[in-house]
Design a protein around this ligand. Structure first.
Ligand code: PEP
Length: 248
């Protein structure tokens, strides 16, 4: 089974309107992989329209960083899946650890967001990951299983295996402390083992301090099909270098 590598840039809450246009322009102009690697950027929602306009005719795809579990109505500050589709998003992150930790998103809310996204044709990128304390307590596998099971309970196994799953150990996000290739591979193999009969086709990403320096060793691992990249996606050159490594 050959899975198409996927590199996703999560810009988080960074940049300005003009810097976002400049960054995505640099990415779009320099990304051309002959269709092997898929590259996606996830800007802040308020810049989606500007970024989408730059991406017209390019090979780079668009995603969002979060989505409401609700379709419409009195949910001040939320953005629905159909709104994201209107702005040409194909992907959306759900359950990023910063949403779980800073905004108290529970696994059952994450599952509802997952369903809302898929219901409108978006591909959810389900983020799962354990904290350092959980890893030290040897609970990492249990935590990841719980986060996956919460989605399976609501959406079903087939729905999960039609999405993308990103393993992002919380202790590796934005810290410069990348998981070892063996640690990442071990967890992603565990995740793939829980995805049922379509598991071989499901793309699994690693995220957490991925850079052009450490990407090659990560991508050599059998169950790592790409990366969710935070900090390094804010520099077009670094991000392009990571895409290039996935290509080779
Ligand atoms: C992320 O935001 O999902 C992420 C992995 O960030 P960083 O690459 O900066 O660790």
């Amino acid at each position: 089974m050959i899975r198409r590598p996927l590199i996703v840039g999560n810009w988080k809450m960074n940049g300005s309107r003009s810097s976002s246009i400049e960054l995505v322009g640099d990415v779009a102009n320099n990304f051309s992989t002959g269709g092997h690697v898929e590259c996606v950027v996830c800007p802040p929602d308020v810049f989606l329209a500007d970024v989408a306009a730059v991406l017209v005719g390019s090979d780079v795809g668009l995603g969002a960083q979060n989505v409401s579990q609700y379709e419409k109505g009195a949910y001040t500050g939320d953005v629905s899946a159909s709104m994201l589709v209107e702005f040409t998003c194909a992907y959306v992150l759900v359950g990023h650890s910063e949403r779980r930790a800073c905004f108290g998103e529970t696994s059952s809310q994450v599952a509802e967001k997952f369903v809302a996204a898929q219901g409108k044709g978006l591909t959810p990128i389900l983020c799962v990951g354990e904290t350092l304390a959980e890893r030290k307590a040897e609970r990492a596998f249990e935590v990841i299983a719980e986060q996956l099971d919460a989605v399976v309970e609501v959406a079903g196994l087939n729905a999960l295996s039609s999405a993308v799953v990103a393993y992002e150990p919380v202790w590796a996000i934005g810290t410069g402390e990348v998981a070892s290739p063996a640690q990442a591979q071990e967890m992603l193999a565990f995740i793939r083992g829980r995805l049922g009969e379509k598991a071989d086709a499901t793309r699994l990403l690693y995220g957490g301090s991925v850079s052009a320096e450490n990407a090659a060793q990560l991508f050599e691992q059998q169950d790592i099909d790409g990366a969710l990249v935070g900090g390094a996606s804010l520099q077009a050159e670094q991000f392009m270098a990571i895409c290039q490594i996935a290509e080779t």
